[in-house]
Design a protein around this ligand. Structure first.
Ligand SMILES: Cc1ncc(COP(=O)(O)O)c(C=O)c1O
Length: 393
């Protein structure tokens, strides 16, 4: 009888079970919304990246349906063969205007935008200087590029400077940071890194996946928030979080975008977005421009919820964004807190090693613009009950 060559996978899964790291997928029974049903439980949802509540916005739904009727369900090709529709070009023009750059290119996801861009811009003779907590897609892109990767401690500009200063002056170097770090909700030190990039002639790149729609005027991101227009060569954003749909993009000069059209492998070798997705993203940009109330509510809810958690005595770290970690330290305790909150009607994911360092396990919360104050108070009450039951507060 043939032996199962994949038997080692079961061993790995059993290891995960033994370490308490095995996770079953939680399943939403309906829409991605602030109050929804997950695994047949009604919950206040603090786990999504749907910052502005746009996943269910009526304008986005209507534009998606229109595009579906007029343009069909798919494109049937990669962008570089027959998969570029006028609506893809319109989205790219709109993103460039939004980010105040010459041009923009859309990828299938934020992940492929980062990985495809880093791996095509740099080669084996180059150096990538990267914050230790940068997103996995940046790490994968850096590995694919075959460049030398040098990692600096989180937000430590002095350490980044030491690395850059030790390189030959002619060395092509990419300096790269997340705009908002997804596990701690803190911001990359963009002004200081831009100074460093200017001084040593580095390519400056920021991944604004969690900042687009959240920071800056009308949600233009951290480059706008810090007034760094013209000083960041490569801006990555996502269409999958605050913008409510799916996709990633790179904004920058015309030459950068044309180069990526020719060299970024996910752009060249993977089918383009269905036209309904492109139409949804254009509608999301219209909403950002004309409905500032969503960002205002997001920030009002963020302030309310952070203040509530802090008053209860939880350790909420150093977040400056709507991402608020509740840090408990022990991995098993974070998972128990998350499970008990779920039973109490609050969906907030537990996160442990290796996603965050050992001893820094947490439950991560993200409020959205569409949570009501009652829902957030309900969540705070659950945190108080479960937190004291587990001896965390
Ligand atoms: C910092 C960061 N960059 C990039 C991504 C990838 O974006 P997307 O979900 O659009 O692929 C994520 C999302 O998980 C992220 O947190």
């Amino acid at each position: 009888m043939r032996q199962n060559p994949l038997a080692y996978l079961d061993d790995s899964l059993n290891d995960l079970r033994q370490q308490g790291l095995y996770r079953r997928l939680r399943v939403l029974d309906g829409e991605q919304a602030a109050h929804t049903s997950v695994d047949h439980h009604h919950v206040v949802n603090l786990s999504s990246n749907n910052y502005l509540g746009l996943t269910t916005h009526p304008t986005l739904r209507a534009r998606a349906l229109d595009a579906l009727q007029v343009l069909g369900v798919g494109t049937g090709s990669v962008r570089t063969i027959a998969g570029t529709m006028a609506i893809h070009m319109e989205l790219e023009r709109r993103l460039a205007a939004f980010k105040k750059t010459e041009a923009a290119v859309v990828f299938q996801s934020g992940f492929t935008a980062n990985a495809g861009t880093v791996s095509s811009l740099l080669g084996k003779n180059d150096v990538i200087v990267s914050d230790e907590l940068n997103h996995a897609s940046i790490i994968d892109g850096a590995r694919l590029s075959r460049a030398t990767i040098k990692v600096f401690p989180h937000r430590n500009v002095a350490a980044a400077r030491e690395i850059v200063a030790a390189l030959p002056r002619t060395q092509r170097t990419l300096l790269i940071t997340d705009g908002v770090f997804s596990m701690d909700g803190d911001l990359g030190p963009l002004p200081e890194l831009c100074d460093l990039a200017d001084e040593y002639g580095c390519i400056m790149m920021v991944d604004d996946a969690h900042a687009s729609g959240v920071f800056g005027r009308n949600g233009r991101g951290t480059v706008d928030h810090f007034g760094m227009h013209g000083r960041v060569d490569v801006q990555v954003g996502t269409l999958s979080k605050a913008l409510g749909a799916l996709g990633g993009y790179v904004a920058g000069t015309k030459s950068l975008i044309e180069f990526l059209y020719h060299r970024a492998r996910p752009f060249l070798f993977s089918t383009s977005h269905p036209p309904s997705v492109a139409a949804t993203c254009i509608a999301a940009l219209d909403v950002l421009e004309h409905e500032p109330q969503w960002m205002e509510r997001l920030w009002a809810n963020t302030r309310f919820f952070k203040a509530g958690l802090e008053a209860l005595g939880f350790n909420i770290g150093i977040s400056e964004s709507p991402i608020t970690p509740v840090i408990v330290g022990d991995g098993a305790l974070a998972m128990t807190l998350s499970d008990k909150l779920f039973d109490a009607g609050v969906f907030a994911q537990g996160i442990g090693f290796p996603t965050v360092p050992q001893g820094k396990a947490r439950v991560r919360t993200i409020v959205t613009a569409t949570h009501t104050e009652d829902e957030l108070q309900f969540a705070l009450d659950a945190f108080r009950r479960v937190g004291s039951e587990l001896g965390i507060i």
